[in-house]
Design a protein around this ligand. Structure first.
Ligand SMILES: Cc1cc2nc3c(=O)[nH]c(=O)nc-3n(C[C@H](O)[C@H](O)[C@H](O)COP(=O)(O)O)c2cc1C
Ligand code: SF4
Ligand code: SF4
Length: 276
């Protein structure tokens, strides 16, 4: 791991808010790690609860997974809903399973358009939560995050800490330029329809369903209604697989994926390292 600064660099109290979307916990753990090691007071805000009042905070963070090479629609609508920010410092944190695509630059651009000054951006490779990939077996995911990635994350936090402390002490916030690598720039955007089509319609094994309601609570797009068993509104569904991944009895199935391919939450090493 990199060397994290352990003594406060500033005299002014600094308070931040980290706005996070995390379907299965990878991004949340990473956001908590960053916020904790920054050493400033912070609040963790779930973007599903709508736009917060940023006037109570000195800086903001935006943390998101990657969904089909972009930020999830929920994160996109959240960023679009923000108002009333003028020159506040912010950072972007993205987790991904190997191809972050346009996500970092897209969130950074949205934050800038809303009046934030993005002073840092970091991308962390995490175990993949996309069921068709999980079903193939990804033994290497168990060793994530790699030591080198943790060093890079810690270096990012140290740099961000210095920048935020300087801003709190009156220095001007200096924006970073977040670019999408060429390979991802030329890849076409994959539509919501494509992601839904790839998933296929979902069904529930009534013999396994305990009617616990986890799927309906997990659905970020309010596409599940609980009657006798969950009913899916395929019009509202974005094919995000959160219900499938989080169903405790693996009762939900789609296409060829039945009883396999679930990402139940951060793998052991990822959880342990990011909980430090
Ligand atoms: C529907 C879906 C689409 C995904 N698309 C991508 C992708 O395009 N590129 C990538 O690297 N990872 C992709 N992933 C993997 C996640 O971005 C990654 O596992 C992330 O850390 C999950 O974060 P969370 O646990 O906070 O939800 C996808 C996962 C899901 C469920
Ligand atoms: S999460 Fe699974 S067990 Fe619970 S209501 Fe939904 S389908 Fe049934
Ligand atoms: S129904 Fe399931 S796959 Fe569709 S948006 Fe909701 S949680 Fe995601």
């Amino acid at each position: 791991m990199g060397k994290l600064l352990s003594t406060p660099l500033h005299l002014t109290p600094v308070k931040g808010i980290v706005c996070c979307y995390s379907a299965t916990g990878n991004t949340r753990l990473a956001a908590e790690y960053v916020a904790r090691h920054l050493g400033f007071e912070f609040a963790l805000h779930d973007v599903r609860n709508g736009a917060p009042d940023f006037s109570n905070y000195d800086f903001a963070g935006f943390a998101s997974p990657t969904d089909w090479l972009e930020e999830p629609m929920l994160m996109r609508s959240f960023m679009r809903s923000l108002t009333g920010v003028n020159g506040k410092a912010a950072f972007v944190l993205v987790t991904h399973g190997g191809m972050p695509g346009k996500t970092p630059a897209s969130i950074a651009r949205a934050a800038t358009e809303k009046g934030f000054v993005v002073v840092g951006c970091h991308v962390l490779k995490a175990p993949d939560s996309y069921p068709p990939i999980v079903a193939q077996g990804r033994p290497r995911d168990a060793s994530l995050p790699l030591e080198s990635e943790m060093r890079a994350l810690d270096d990012f936090i140290s740099g961000l800490r210095i920048a935020l402390a300087g801003i709190a002490d009156g220095k001007e916030a200096v924006p970073v330029i977040v670019k999408t690598p060429f390979a991802f720039r030329i890849m076409p955007s994959l539509s919501r329809e494509r992601s839904k089509k790839a998933q296929g319609p979902k069904s529930v094994d009534a013999a396994l369903c305990t009617k616990c309601g986890t799927c309906a609570r997990a659905c970020p797009y309010v596409a599940i209604e609980l009657s006798s068993t969950p009913a899916f509104d395929e019009e509202k569904c974005m094919g995000c697989w959160a219900c499938f991944n989080l169903c405790p009895t693996k009762a939900i199935y789609a296409g060829k994926l039945r009883g396999t391919g679930h990402y139940k939450g951060p793998l052991k090493r990822y959880r342990e390292v990011l909980s430090k």
